[in-house]
Design a protein around this ligand. Structure first.
Ligand code: C2O
Ligand code: CU
Ligand code: CU
Length: 516
């Protein structure tokens, strides 16, 4: 029998009645926005279920330098929509997977066992990780019970792949700043469908510097994984794969630009609600959608605006907080923000909305502010100075490279080339900084493995309002360019950079680089 676990107990999704969409949500789709893939299953009304918080994974053992973890990748049947079961691919039976919490500089070792029916590869996104543990898309874990002679789609013939049978142990030195990282599947050609089925989770890194700041913590430090999904009539995830048998990668023609679902999930629950006190909360926002770009706002805005006080980006704390009314977030980007709910009157219901959505995808989640007349004492604060961010100097770059991210007759390509394992498009020297100029024909959120970068220019001008701090993913807009400075510090070997629109990635908008 398959191991079954239900999120219902923790997520409380059982509370949702099978009510159809409210009239408001059925308002016509805004013209000009791409239509999402429509669910055949009836969707619940928004704001019926509490926000689930993924459980923190406990180490199986710890010693002076290292924490050891074990995760089993397995099929699980989740209760996401009322009255229906969704068969998911999960890390340890839950979606999102369990949250790993590490200390900067302490080694984290994770053994993944693959009880799924297909090969997987695990990448720690944002991790500064040696190549043999980076989850390169061809370094697969074949399912338990397969043999090395098993035939499967997109086997790497470069001779560089290192496949493991059943299990693989990843070692993360985590010699890096406190930051919100996440782990997800990265199998060549099939990251889109694998992540869509549930293979994603948070991995938080803490350090002393962050801990000395008076930021909200504990129950008021909340990871929010935002995704979109569509469902078939029986509650299964609906992914428009060109070959549902996983014989070849890619999606049907209509979804070439990226799959868009009509249901927004936060931490795996549709349009959930979080009860908050009138205090500051730290929200670690992650856009984990396959291809959906978000523009998040609180509605209503508090008096005076600037509700979203950004304290961190992909690579950890900013030097100084940046105040926003709205946040533009492309897939894989993280924004760490503090929201002070004391700025709202008791009992206010504050929706987190997506201004780039329409109908069901314009709603994300809701914060229900406590009705208590007096706000509890809040001893947290957002200091004016958070950290030190050394500026990389682009004039010192040892190499300047230009990468064109474009759709061609060969599909989604970088410099005209679809991904081929072993063909490196750059060979940066460790200890040097490089300037990469990225030119785009579409929205391409570009992600570089191994080292974080700084956005130093957009279209030859200043960086944008969302570019502060250390980044590992930058959204380059259609017909635009961005310049990033990357310092390659240590770990030689084969790494990856790619578009993080997972459909573009699977359809080959990816390349190796080799550090030396
Ligand atoms: Cu989040 Cu190479 O990926
Ligand atoms: Cu990555
Ligand atoms: Cu892309």
């Amino acid at each position: 029998m398959k191991r079954r676990r239900f999120l219902a107990a923790t997520a409380g999704t059982g509370l949702a009645a099978g009510t159809p969409l409210s009239g408001r949500l059925l308002k016509p789709h805004r013209p000009g926005l791409p239509m999402p893939l429509r669910s055949a299953a009836p969707l619940p009304r928004p704001y019926q279920v509490p926000l689930p918080i993924p459980a923190v994974l406990r180490p199986v053992r710890s010693d002076a330098t290292t924490d050891h973890y074990e995760i089993t990748q397995q099929v699980a049947h989740l209760r996401i929509l009322p009255g229906l079961e969704t068969e998911a691919w999960t890390y340890d039976g839950s979606y999102p997977g369990p949250t790993l919490v590490s200390r900067s500089g302490r080694r984290t070792v994770v053994t993944h066992r693959n009880e799924l029916p297909q090969p997987v590869a695990v990448h720690l996104h944002g991790g500064h990780t040696p190549h043999d543990s980076d989850g390169h898309p061809t370094d697969l874990i074949l399912p338990v019970g397969w043999s090395r002679r098993h035939r499967y789609a997109m086997a790497d013939t470069s001779g560089l792949a290192r496949t493991a049978l059943g299990e693989r142990t990843y070692t993360y030195p985590l010699d890096q700043r406190a930051a919100t990282l996440w782990y997800h599947d990265h199998r060549m050609g099939f990251t889109g469908p694998s992540a869509y089925r549930g293979l994603a989770g948070f991995h938080l890194v803490h350090d002393d510097e962050e801990e000395r700041l008076p930021l909200p913590r504990g129950e008021r430090d909340i990871p929010l994984m935002i995704t979109d999904r569509s469902f078939t009539a029986d509650g299964s995830f609906h992914y428009p794969a060109v070959d549902p048998e996983w014989g070849m990668p890619g999606v049907t023609h209509h979804w070439m630009e990226g799959v868009l679902g009509d249901t927004i999930l936060v931490n795996g629950a549709p349009w959930p609600v979080l009860d908050v006190r009138r205090q500051r909360y730290r929200l670690r926002l992650l856009n984990a959608a396959n291809s959906r770009i978000l523009r998040l706002e609180l509605d209503p805005q508090p008096p005076g605006g600037d509700a979203l006080v950004q304290i961190g980006a992909d690579g950890g704390l900013l030097e100084r907080p940046v105040r926003h009314d709205a946040l533009a977030m492309a897939p894989a980007e993280r924004f760490d923000v503090v929201v002070d709910f004391a700025r709202y009157r008791p009992g206010t219901r504050v929706r987190l909305v997506n201004r780039l959505g329409s109908g069901t995808t314009a709603e994300v989640m809701r914060f229900d502010v406590s009705g208590a007349a007096r706000a509890p004492v809040d001893d947290t604060a957002v200091p004016d100075r958070l950290s030190t961010v050394e500026r990389l100097d682009p004039r010192r770059a040892m190499a300047v490279r230009t990468f064109y991210f474009r759709r061609t007759a060969a599909g989604w390509t970088i410099n005209g080339m679809p991904y081929r394992p072993g063909r490196a498009l750059a060979a940066p020297k460790l200890g040097t900084t490089e300037l990469w100029r990225i030119v785009s024909d579409f929205h391409h959120p570009i992600h570089v493995h191994l080292n974080p970068f700084q956005v130093v220019a957009r279209d030859g001008g200043a960086p944008g309002r969302y570019d502060a701090g250390w980044k590992d993913t930058v959204d380059v807009l259609p017909g635009k360019s961005a310049e990033i400075a990357v310092r390659f510090t240590d770990y030689s070997g084969r790494f990856l950079f790619h578009c993080h629109n997972l459909e573009h990635e699977d359809m080959a908008m990816m390349a190796d680089f080799v550090t030396r």
